[in-house]
Design a protein around this ligand. Sequence first.
Ligand code: HEC
Ligand code: HEC
Ligand code: HEC
Ligand code: HEC
Ligand code: HEC
Ligand code: HEC
Ligand code: HEC
Length: 463
Amino acid sequence: MAELTPAPKKKATLAALAACFAIVLGVIGALGYWIHLEHQPQDFTRIEAPAPPAPPPLPAPAKTPAKTAAEEPAPSDRAVDDWRYRRIGDLYLGPDGCRDCHRVHYETASQTAHFLDSAPAGRDTVLGHFEAGRNVVKTLDPTLTFEMEARDGRFWQSEVRTKDGQRKVVQTERFELVVGSGVKGQTYIYLKDGALFQLPISHYTPLDTWTFSPSFKEGMDYFNRPILPRCLECHVTHVTPATPGPPAAHDAALAGGGEMILGITCEKCHGPGAAHAMYHRDHPKETQGKLMVSLKGLSRVRQVETCGFCHSGATLKKPLRPAFTWRPGRPLSDFFVDIRPKTPGPPEVHGNQVALVQASACYQKSETLTCTTCHDVHKNERGQPALHSKRCLSCHQAEHCGKAKALGPAAAENCIDCHMPMQESKGAHIWHGGKENYIPFRSHLIKVYPEESDAFIKKLKNK
Ligand code: HEC
Ligand code: HEC
Ligand code: HEC
Ligand code: HEC
Ligand code: HEC
Ligand code: HEC
Ligand code: HEC
């Protein structure tokens, strides 16, 4: 599984892409810009494409100082790249548009934290409690509470002041969207005058309780935190703004009339799929995937960057392009300048698995390790150390680890808790019960952790 299929014949790929591009341009031209997610694939009618225009020439390579081999995109990336630059990039179907032809991927992927990462607020999606006794957040200020209420199938959050026995509701807003499947926690968004705002109270899973949203505290302006497109960019698949226009329009407030594909679904990682789906409907005998980025065919650096768009931390990055213009396969350096110090730093709420993996000997001393060596993102594989440990054994043998050999099978079933232990983040904290609570993270710096190893051995002995 760790083996990457070698990049397919590059010449053929380029030619195929050019041909596909021509077909797509024709079809798109005929159908116009209006096709988007509400159109199910079966709605597509076959349209005779006019003579395809010649594909524009490749842009001259930028005159930058020579790059190292690792940074230089492989030619196959560049072809993908170029194609993605065009407006075709805006034709999204939503995951249901992939279901007919990729049923297995769809059935399993729809159970993942990625798919469930954002959703409309509803009984099944809001994890917080509304029953009396569990629906109030007290604060250090005895006059201030926050109250959660479920009424008419909708959910509400209020700031309440109580003085001399008098209750005064300062502000009430409705839960509109949920962000977070709830592995660590969930936060909630409300809609006001077409703009999105974060509710001050979130659900924190490790304590199964309502608490302040990250970086909210007593004494601040509680209902005034806008949710900007940059935030949603990592938590929804795509947004079609209410007013069509160039991508820059996304940087204005996302008007309520816009359409969102919620969840991190197929097209977030694979790129927009309408052209691909149309092509395969028209060519049912075709067995090669067309008009779709082949993630396996990308260079290792680009593969990791497909995850790294979201999993390389959320802070200290200077954006270069508007939100929602990122496409898998394109170098991240086109989208932001990373202005963090070179060391990976402590894990924060928004992880930085990429820098930590890249700092590990497993990455540096092998040629093939990527995120998907250990993760099949089409399945929910959370909480299965034995399964993940098998993936270590695709490169290692348990005998090479002194401890594993001494511990026998118990160790072979869990390399993880000793070599990738859970650690408390110093960067990610939740203000609850009058103190900061640090969120635990799975370390992606794979190495020997003597203390955690001893703790694991103790735990085994106590069983
Ligand atoms: C009409 C059928 C059809 C629809 C709809 C469809 N696909 Fe495909 N797709 C195919 C076929 C056929 C292949 C080639 C065989 C394979 O790899 O499964 C393919 C291949 C792929 C590949 C592999 C590409 C490669 O070269 O590695 C990906 C990724 C993919 N599809 C994603 C999607 C996504 C995402 C959607 C929804 C937006 C989608 N497909 C909708 C038929 C379809
Ligand atoms: C650069 C991409 C990025 C941005 C920007 C970003 N997030 Fe995240 N967020 C992530 C990733 C990745 C995770 C999962 C981290 C992990 O488990 O290591 C996450 C986790 C979360 C979680 C916990 C989810 C769970 O189920 O445990 C919440 C809630 C959340 N983010 C809310 C937000 C909000 C609100 C914003 C904007 C104000 C935001 N995020 C901005 C990438 C991002
Ligand atoms: C979180 C990112 C992500 C999401 C979401 C995702 N994929 Fe993938 N997909 C990948 C990656 C990465 C690969 C390459 C696998 C590898 O490197 O082994 C891949 C490979 C594939 C392939 C090629 C065959 C294979 O299994 O290797 C198909 C087909 C595919 N995905 C379809 C889908 C469909 C359909 C969905 C939605 C139901 C989906 N994917 C959702 C990241 C994703
Ligand atoms: C669009 C942003 C985005 C991209 C791209 C992305 N992820 Fe994630 N990933 C997230 C967020 C957000 C979460 C937290 C989901 C939640 O629990 O709500 C997450 C969670 C995860 C988890 C934890 C799953 C669980 O069950 O707890 C793994 C593992 C993961 N991502 C791996 C990957 C890999 C591997 C890739 C690349 C193939 C990838 N992700 C691409 C945003 C992203
Ligand atoms: C793609 C192959 C590959 C995979 C998968 C892999 N490793 Fe490694 N790992 C390596 C290589 C290569 C080295 C360097 C070995 C050397 O220097 O002799 C290494 C080194 C290590 C080291 C020594 C680290 C150090 O700082 O010296 C540990 C511990 C380790 N791996 C544990 C793991 C565990 C646990 C897993 C699974 C979670 C894993 N590896 C998965 C290839 C891999
Ligand atoms: C050597 C194997 C290995 C590699 C490589 C790897 N991971 Fe993981 N990852 C794991 C294991 C094991 C877990 C824990 C799974 C669990 O607890 O169920 C994990 C958990 C995660 C989580 C959940 C984090 C948390 O704190 O709960 C995210 C997000 C994630 N990985 C993303 C990534 C990304 C992105 C990459 C690539 C940069 C990557 N992983 C590479 C083994 C790996
Ligand atoms: C009980 C904790 C524990 C478990 C379980 C464990 N290891 Fe280790 N591992 C260690 C410690 C501690 C070392 C440092 C050397 C020693 O004491 O033998 C080590 C050493 C290693 C090394 C060599 C590092 C070097 O510097 O050369 C590798 C590779 C490794 N382990 C891989 C694995 C794999 C793969 C598994 C799962 C099959 C595993 N380990 C299970 C604790 C553990």
